[in-house]
Write a protein that binds this ligand. Structure first.
Ligand code: ATP
Ligand code: PAU
Ligand code: K
Length: 251
């Protein structure tokens, strides 16, 4: 079995994947980056490889490497952003500067949704990427995530405090908490309109949404979006398809 780990800036997500024809996910879990959580799935001895995608700090990568190389002795493959992979070509002049979560999500989305795709990853930050029907990354956006917007307001003002994470609807707010929360809903509903506009303009078939706030974003996009929680992991499935131990066991 392969342990896949996606380490973001807020949370670490992981899943165990069977290496047979099905390559089916078996168990999954998540932990908080702050707590230095290292995935500890049942039957660690059954893990024959680890695949890692990390946009968190080097300390997080080191902790994961130590935990698995050290105690389990399994090979650790770390995904890197490249200029070209699995049909997708990167628009960055310096591809290694692009977060590998974005890159893997683009690869998975392009390979599963033909005809051009917009990828929205609503995590700590919200990233938006456009990939056309030929696999060309047209470019993207990096925005503060929903919680980050509320936190930034709270941190930099004396009297503005958000509510409890329920952003509600974009109607005008009538209290500080409502003004903050509805403001966030309002900004993102405008962004959703913009996304649908760009989708049409650039001729992209599908909008795929992933990340901790995927449902919130998909609601704003109405029927226009597909929620795909495992986009980063599915990108790993593709970029690591020909590496050990996957390739060996597939025969
Ligand atoms: N139980 C939860 N714990 C933490 N965040 C949550 C939770 N439920 C929803 N969220 C939302 O999910 C966001 C984090 O998304 P995600 O888990 O994709 O983070 P991440 O992978 O660390 O992000 P990134 O990849 O941008 O660093 C938070 O900003 C928050 O708005
Ligand atoms: C933007 C985030 C934080 C989203 O997780 C990540 O992809 C990242 O750290 N990116 C590096 C900068 C870039 O992608 O251009
Ligand atoms: K993420």
């Amino acid at each position: 079995m392969i342990l896949q780990v996606d380490a973001g800036n807020t949370r670490i997500h992981w899943r165990l994947v069977e290496i047979d024809a099905s390559q089916a996910p078996i168990v999954r879990g998540r932990g908080h980056v702050d707590h230095g959580t290292v995935p500890d799935p049942v039957g660690r001895e059954a893990i024959t490889g680890m695949e890692l995608a990390c946009v968190a700090g080097e300390d997080v990568i080191d902790a994961l490497r130590r935990a698995f190389n050290g105690t389990a002795g399994v090979p650790v493959l770390e995904a890197r952003t490249e200029a070209v992979a699995c049909g997708v070509s990167n628009s960055y002049a310096e591809p290694e500067k692009m977060g590998v979560d974005r890159w893997l999500a683009m690869i998975a989305a392009y390979n599963h949704y033909p005809g051009g795709v917009i990828i929205v990853d609503a995590g700590t930050a919200v990233t938006v990427d456009y990939v056309d029907s030929l696999g060309h990354h047209l470019g993207g956006y990096i925005l503060p995530g929903l919680n980050l917007m509320a936190q930034a307001l709270g941190r930099n003002t004396a009297r503005v405090r958000g509510g409890a994470g329920d952003f509600g609807s974009p109607v005008p707010g009538c209290s500080t908490a409502e003004c903050v929360n509805h403001g966030i809903a309002w900004i993102w509903s405008s962004a959703a309109e913009r996304l649908r506009h760009d989708q049409h303009n650039y001729g992209l078939n599908t909008i795929v949404v992933t990340g901790g706030d995927a449902e919130f974003m998909a609601d704003l996009l109405g029927g226009a979006a597909v929620i795909e929680p495992d986009l980063v992991f599915r990108g790993m499935d593709l970029v690591f398809a020909d590496t050990e131990p996957r390739s060996g066991l597939r025969g």
